[in-house]
Design a protein around this ligand. Structure first.
Ligand SMILES: *[C@@H]1O[C@H](CO)[C@@H](O)[C@H](O)[C@H]1NC(C)=O
Ligand SMILES: *[C@@H]1O[C@H](CO)[C@@H](O)[C@H](O)[C@H]1NC(C)=O
Ligand SMILES: *[C@@H]1O[C@H](CO)[C@@H](O)[C@H](O)[C@H]1NC(C)=O
Ligand SMILES: *[C@@H]1O[C@H](CO)[C@@H](O)[C@H](O)[C@H]1NC(C)=O
Ligand SMILES: *[C@@H]1O[C@H](CO)[C@@H](O)[C@H](O)[C@H]1NC(C)=O
Ligand SMILES: *[C@@H]1O[C@H](CO)[C@@H](O)[C@H](O)[C@H]1NC(C)=O
Ligand SMILES: *[C@@H]1O[C@H](CO)[C@@H](O)[C@H](O)[C@H]1NC(C)=O
Length: 421
């Protein structure tokens, strides 16, 4: 369906008949669970930021076939890909996908064949494979052009990361992009949800400033404003933060390191989020959390530490299950990872079982083999490359030949499907 007046009309009647007015095929929330066409919707999904960067339809389809083989129902990908104008010539030549070009305080849109038409195609293809899409509007990190480009081009070099959330010029530039994306796809039942930012934090690749500290509510205020803004553009699709799920608890949580009690930034508000408060926002329909303890606590990852990666992760899943219950909204274990296949094989079963038992959806990183463009080899950007037909691997991709983990996720998808009737 592609109507421009319908959303306005629906917004007017939505207070009276909210559930009924949602178009067929849109995912909705009922209390703590997702629903699709009147049935509960539990799922295993896939993270693939690199999918819109593929250049041939055959490779896009191969990727969706691989996902479908596992039983994946939802794809999360970036709704952004921004570059500096200085990168333009190289990008055009290498076939890089880019949607925004920065060369002043006003980015320009690329909605051409190497731009948003690639995202159009990914979304249309997802729809044909029965897979819904979560789109993030920007990144906390520099990867594929996030907050730092807005900050550098609008506020200027030397600013701290958190001006992204407070500078009115940056907010209106971000909203101009958000509106571009939402208006483009708001008719589509293939969209599962909009995501305000990947992993919003007080700090990014730039340091945090004095106005984003525990208790300042900087991110909470930004989440509220931006979720209200998206809701004003689109009455029906779900909206989420895309955050890592950091807490702001009053009671101290920490660990002993060399005889010193270290307050834990995942719980003390230092990262910027307040998961419990953010879940209460009217237009945040569900929560997200990420899980990378091995990278978050490298100093604790020692043989004589009482800390184990598994137990920390399981505690984090339980904490979010409890918070979700309090808020009465669903949550997604949206990203998780440990390094090395042996670690994955050993640790993932406990986390996956616990997340599923908590009624959380999970998103995994599915890698694809057999990609054909450029003979299966192509340097994309950063360290991302197709190598011998294998999709980019950030260390967390799972390929079909990694049978134990692959089967774990296939089984998880079956369990979720069995609950979705
Ligand atoms: C929404 O759908 C209607 C009817 O299918 C179409 O006419 C309209 O152009 C679409 N709007 C957008 C923004 O795609
Ligand atoms: C983009 O260009 C600006 C201005 O030249 C520069 O400061 C910044 O580092 C560049 N950013 C990236 C991600 O290349
Ligand atoms: C960026 O802007 C500068 C100054 O206006 C201009 O000289 C330059 O050609 C622009 N670069 C690109 C790639 O558009
Ligand atoms: C803990 O103390 C030991 C011994 O003094 C030292 O080698 C180590 O670097 C310290 N670890 C941290 C993370 O400070
Ligand atoms: C490690 O020990 C500290 C201090 O006794 C304790 O607070 C913490 O809960 C322990 N961590 C784990 C994972 O057992
Ligand atoms: C597996 O995890 C352990 C403990 O964190 C780590 O030391 C090791 O390097 C990991 N293995 C690989 C291959 O990354
Ligand atoms: C599985 O396939 C990937 C991608 O081609 C490759 O990097 C890896 O070495 C293969 N084998 C295992 C055991 O992961």
């Amino acid at each position: 369906m592609r109507l421009s007046l319908l959303p306005v009309l629906c917004a007017l009647i939505s207070t009276a008949v909210a559930a009924k007015s949602v178009p067929k095929g849109f995912v909705t929330r009922k209390g703590s669970r997702f629903e699709l066409d009147g049935k509960p919707f539990y799922f295993v999904g896939a993270n693939s930021y690199w999918l819109p960067l593929l250049t041939t339809q055959e490779d896009v389809e191969n990727t969706f076939k691989e996902m479908q083989g596992v039983g994946v129902k939802v794809l999360r990908t970036w709704g952004f890909n921004a570059i500096n104008a200085t990168e333009l010539a190289g990008a055009t030549q290498s076939g890089l996908t880019y949607y925004q070009v920065w060369n002043s305080s006003d980015w320009t849109l690329n909605d051409g064949p190497q731009g948003l038409q690639r995202l159009d195609n990914v979304i249309a293809t997802a729809g044909r494979y029965g897979i819904k899409v979560i789109l993030a509007f920007t990144n906390n990190w520099v990867g594929y052009g996030g907050a730092e480009l807005y900050i550098n081009w609008i506020a200027g070099a030397g600013n701290t990361h958190d001006v992204f959330y407070t500078d009115p010029r940056i907010i209106s530039s971000y909203q101009r992009y958000v509106k571009t994306i939402v208006d483009r796809y708001k008719n589509s039942s293939t969209i599962f949800a909009w995501e305000l930012m990947n992993e919003a934090r007080c700090l990014g690749d730039l340091p945090a400033g004095p106005h984003c500290v525990p208790g300042s509510g900087t991110l909470h205020t930004w989440y509220k404003r931006q979720s209200d803004f998206v809701r004003s553009l689109d009455p029906h699709h779900l909206i989420t933060t895309g955050g890592e799920g950091h807490f702001y608890w009053k009671r101290p949580v920490g660990y002993w390191l060399n005889g010193t009690f270290v307050s834990d930034y995942n719980f003390n508000g230092q990262a910027g989020e307040d998961f419990d408060a953010d879940m209460q926002l009217e237009n945040i329909d569900f929560g997200t959390y990420h899980l990378y303890p091995q990278f978050w606590y490298p100093e604790l990852d020692t043989p004589d530490s009482n800390f184990t990666i598994e137990s920390w992760g399981s505690g984090w899943i339980k904490d979010h299950a409890l918070a979700a219950k309090k808020a009465g909204k669903p949550v997604i274990l949206e990203e998780f990872g440990v390094s090395g296949l042996a670690n994955k094989t050993h640790i993932y079963p406990e986390w996956v079982d616990l997340a599923l038992a908590s009624d959380h959806a999970i998103l995994i990183s599915i890698g694809t083999v057999g990609l054909k463009e450029n003979g299966g080899n192509r340097l994309i950007k950063y360290a991302d490359a197709l190598i011998d037909g294998a999709s980019p691997n950030d260390g967390f991709a799972i390929y079909k030949n990694q049978t134990a983990v692959w089967n774990l996720f296939t089984r998880a998808a079956r369990i979720q499907a069995a609950k979705s009737v």
